[in-house]
Write a protein that binds this ligand. Structure first.
Ligand code: NJP
Length: 246
């Protein structure tokens, strides 16, 4: 039986790789993000159904969800970080934006699709969180606060859905080279510096974890997958080769 998945934040990085992996594994996919041109190319490449979706906008979610007739798997992936300023210089708009995408976006998408997940008889909610959901670091206040909140939401869901045929999985990556750092820092050179001298994960590494979690038998709930590059032990402990090391 073909199962249908919804993936948010599908226009780049982990979301895009997840759509590709799910399609290759035979799932029907509805994919959403704000950049329509990227979505159109993804649809041509994979056969996924695509529609514009801004998870920070309740009306955009309503319009997107109205086009989704079935949903057994919801991958709440849309999100990210903005800025690296200390709390003393925190920017209200950046904090609000991080909350409205990572936290409210996940809550609203989940609330809107719960009836379809229930209807499927074997629903699965995947949340792409972060090691920032349980670690903190200087300059990361807004992002870590938002990902801590998203993690609390995910753990609460698992309790509230206990007894229903719906699984809840959180996937928490460390450093993955996507557009994440470009969006966060707004500068390509600084973004490249985040991964300098170390080997980060790639989007496909995380997509593989998501695919594995959603293809376990229905009675198996993978609660959490924490996945980091070998070169990373915590958010701030990263092994970098010096240029002299070659
Ligand atoms: O980043 P990127 P990732 N409504 O920037 C979309 C978490 N994570 O793949 O709307 C709808 O390549 C955006 O699309 P668009 C991270 O927190 C990452 O790495 O067209 N969609 C794009 O498709 C996030 O939750 C790392 O701009 C919205 C996608 O989200 C998830 O992984 C580490 C949106 C972002 O793709 C995917 O990020 C970690 C909105 N309002 C956790 N706002 C890492 N990369 O190192 C954004 O611990 N999007």
């Amino acid at each position: 039986m073909t199962r249908t998945a919804v993936v948010t934040g599908a226009s780049s990085g982990i979301g895009e790789a997840t759509v590709v992996a799910l399609r290759e594994a035979g799932f029907e996919v509805f994919a959403g993000a704000r950049r329509e041109d990227r979505l159109r190319r993804l649809a041509e490449r994979t056969g996924a159904r695509v529609a514009v979706l801004d998870v920070s906008d309740a009306r955009s979610i309503e319009a997107f969800v109205s086009g989704v007739d079935e949903c057994a798997i919801l991958v709440n992936n849309a999100g990210g970080a903005l800025g690296l300023e200390p709390i003393a210089e925190a920017d209200d708009d950046q904090w609000l934006s991080m909350y409205s995408t990572n936290v409210l976006g996940t809550m609203r998408m989940t609330r809107a699709l719960l009836p379809r997940l229930r209807q499927s008889g074997d629903g699965h909610i995947v949340v792409v969180g972060s090691i920032a959901g349980f670690e903190v670091y200087p300059g990361g206040g807004g992002y870590t606060a938002a990902k801590h909140a998203e993690r609390a939401l995910t753990r609460t869901l698992r309790l509230e859905l206990l007894g229903e045929p719906i699984r809840v999985t959180e996937v928490d990556p460390g450093l993955v080279e996507t557009e994440f750092s470009l969006v966060r820092l707004g500068d390509a050179q600084r973004a490249r510096g985040v991964y300098a001298g170390m080997q980060p994960l790639i989007a496909e590494d995380i997509a593989g974890c998501i695919l594995w979690a959603v293809t376990r038998p229905p009675h198996v709930n993978i609660d959490e997958i924490v996945v980091r590059p070998r070169d990373q032990a915590t958010a701030t402990a990263v092994h970098r080769r010096r240029p002299a090391d070659g």
